[in-house]
Design a protein around this ligand. Structure first.
Ligand SMILES: NC(=O)c1ccc[n+]([C@@H]2O[C@H](COP(=O)([O-])OP(=O)(O)OC[C@H]3O[C@@H](n4cnc5c(N)ncnc54)[C@H](O)[C@@H]3O)[C@@H](O)[C@H]2O)c1
Length: 375
C-alpha cells in the first residue's frame, strides 16, 4: 500500500467535472487519494462540484484553500492563464498537475519548472493526448520504424463551427489565445512525442477571427466544441468578448529538416476534420484513419492498420485523464518516470509563443528569438 494523498482542485468547470473528478474515482476508491477541497472564483461552480462529487470543502478563494487545507497534490483546471496558481500551489508545498497548455511563454514555463525543482515537487503538464489509444498506437508504429525518418507532417484539427462557449476560451486575458493553444497544443505535443521531440526552430503563422467576430447565429454543438459532458455551470457567452483567433494556420520548422503544416480552427467554412499525417522516407501514416501509405513490392500500398484498446478505461469519456492520474500517482510513489519531460513541454510552449508573435508581426519567428528558449 502506497501513500494516501490529499488533493485539491482549482477551477471547477467542464474539465474538472468531466475528466478530473471522474478519473480520480478509482484512486479515491482505492484509498490512494482523498479529494479534500475544490476552489473556483464562481461560488456556484465550486459549491455544486463539491456536492456532485462528495467533497467536504469548497472555496471561492484558492489561496485560502491552499492555506487551510494544505493539500499535497493540486490540479489546476482554470482557463489557460494557469501560471499564478501553479506557482502558488507549488510554493504551498503541493505537487501540481496543470491542464494544458502549461504556460503561454517560455519564461513562464521555465519559472514554473524552476519553482517545482526548488520546492522538490512534481509539476506535471496534462498533455493528455499521449494517453489516447490512437496516439499510443501511432507512436508504436513510428517507434517500430514503419515510416522511416519523418520529415513532413500535416496537422489539421478543424471545427467548422465549434467555438467553446461555456467558459473563457474566447477571452485573451484569461485564455491567452484561441484554437492554437486549445486544439493545436494537443496535436503538436502528440506529434513531437511520437517523433522523438525534435526541437521547434521556427513558426510562420496567421491568425484570423473573421467568423467569430460576426457573431452569427450558427447552430453549434457543445459536444463538437469539445465538451462531451461536464458543462454544469456554463458562463454565458457573448461574442462581443471574443478577442482571440478563431483560426490558426501556418508552418512550423523542426530540427532535422522536418516541416509541419498546421490548421487549427474553431470556425472555418470547411468541413470538420481531424488529421495527423506523418510522412517519412519509408511510409506515411494518417493517424485518424490508421492508414499506412507505403511501397509494397513496387506498388503504391495502402494498409489499414487495426488496433485494439484493451486497457481498463477503453471507451470511457476522457479516458486519457484516467491513465494520466494513475501515472502521476505512480510517479509520486517512485514507480514510474514522468512521461512528459520539462524540455518537451517547453518545446510546445515555444511553438505557442512563436505562433502568436509570428501572426502579430506578420513574419517567421525563430525560437532563438524567444526569451527563455535559447540553447
Ligand atoms: N486535456 C484536455 O483534454 C482538456 C480538455 C478541455 C479543456 N482543457 C483545459 O482545461 C482548462 C479549463 O477548461 P474548461 O473547459 O474546464 O473551462 P471552464 O471555463 O469550464 O472551467 C474553468 C473554471 O475556472 C474558473 N476560474 C477562472 N479563473 C479562475 C481563477 N483565477 N481562480 C479560480 N478559478 C478560476 C472558472 O470560473 C471556471 O469554472 C483549460 O486550460 C483548457 O485548455 C483540457
Amino acid at each position: 500500500m502506497g501513500h494516501r494523498y490529499k488533493l485539491a482542485i482549482i477551477g471547477n468547470g467542464m474539465i474538472c467535472n468531466a475528466a478530473h473528478l471522474p478519473a480520480l474515482a478509482p484512486l479515491r476508491k482505492a484509498g490512494k487519494v482523498e479529494v479534500a477541497a475544490v476552489a473556483d472564483i464562481r461560488p456556484q461552480a465550486a459549491h455544486e462540484t463539491a456536492k456532485r462529487y462528495d467533497i467536504p470543502a469548497w472555496y471561492t478563494d484558492p489561496q485560502k484553500m491552499l492555506d487551510e487545507v494544505k493539500p499535497d497534490w493540486v490540479s489546476i483546471c482554470t482557463p489557460n492563464c494557469h501560471h499564478d496558481w501553479m506557482i502558488q500551489a507549488l510554493r504551498a508545498g503541493a505537487n501540481v498537475m496543470c491542464e494544458k497548455p502549461l504556460a503561454l511563454t517560455c519564461v513562464q514555463a521555465k519559472e514554473a519548472f524552476r519553482v517545482a525543482k526548488e520546492e522538490g515537487k512534481l509539476l506535471f503538464p496534462c498533455q493528455s493526448r499521449r494517453w489516447s489509444p490512437d496516439m499510443n498506437f501511432a507512436s508504436d508504429v513510428v517507434a517500430k520504424g514503419l515510416l522511416g525518418k519523418p520529415y513532413f507532417a500535416d496537422l489539421s484539427f478543424i471545427r467548422r463551427y465549434g467555438i467553446p462557449t461555456w467558459g473563457m476560451f474566447h477571452m485573451k486575458e484569461e485564455n491567452g489565445g484561441g484554437p492554437f493553444c486549445d486544439l493545436g497544443v494537443h496535436f503538436l505535443d502528440a506529434l513531437l512525442w511520437m517523433t522523438g521531440n525534435p526541437r521547434v526552430e521556427a513558426v510562420s503563422g496567421s491568425a484570423f477571427d473573421t467568423l467569430a467576430q460576426k457573431g452569427e447565429d450558427v447552430l453549434l454543438s457543445i459536444k463538437e466544441s469539445g465538451a462531451y459532458i461536464g458543462t454544469f455551470t456554463p458562463r454565458p457567452y457573448k461574442h462581443e468578448e471574443f478577442n482571440v483567433e478563431d483560426s490558426a494556420v501556418g508552418t512550423i520548422r523542426l530540427a532535422g529538416n522536418f516541416t509541419v503544416n498546421f490548421k487549427f480552427t474553431w470556425a472555418l467554412n470547411q468541413p470538420t476534420a481531424k488529421h495527423i499525417i506523418i510522412c517519412g522516407d519509408q511510409g506515411g501514416l494518417d493517424v485518424e484513419e490508421m492508414m499506412l501509405y507505403h511501397n509494397v513490392g513496387g506498388y503504391q500500398g495502402e494498409t489499414k492498420l487495426k488496433y485494439f484498446d484493451n486497457r481498463p478505461y477503453a471507451g470511457v469519456a476522457f479516458d486519457a485523464h484516467y491513465y494520466m492520474y494513475d501515472h502521476v500517482y505512480n510517479v509520486l510513489e517512485g514507480r514510474e518516470e514522468p512521461r512528459v519531460k520539462p524540455e518537451e513541454t517547453l518545446n510546445v510552449v515555444a511553438a505557442i509563443e512563436a505562433f502568436y508573435r509570428s501572426a502579430a508581426e506578420n513574419r517567421e519567428v525563430r525560437t532563438t528569438e524567444l526569451e527563455g528558449y535559447q540553447v
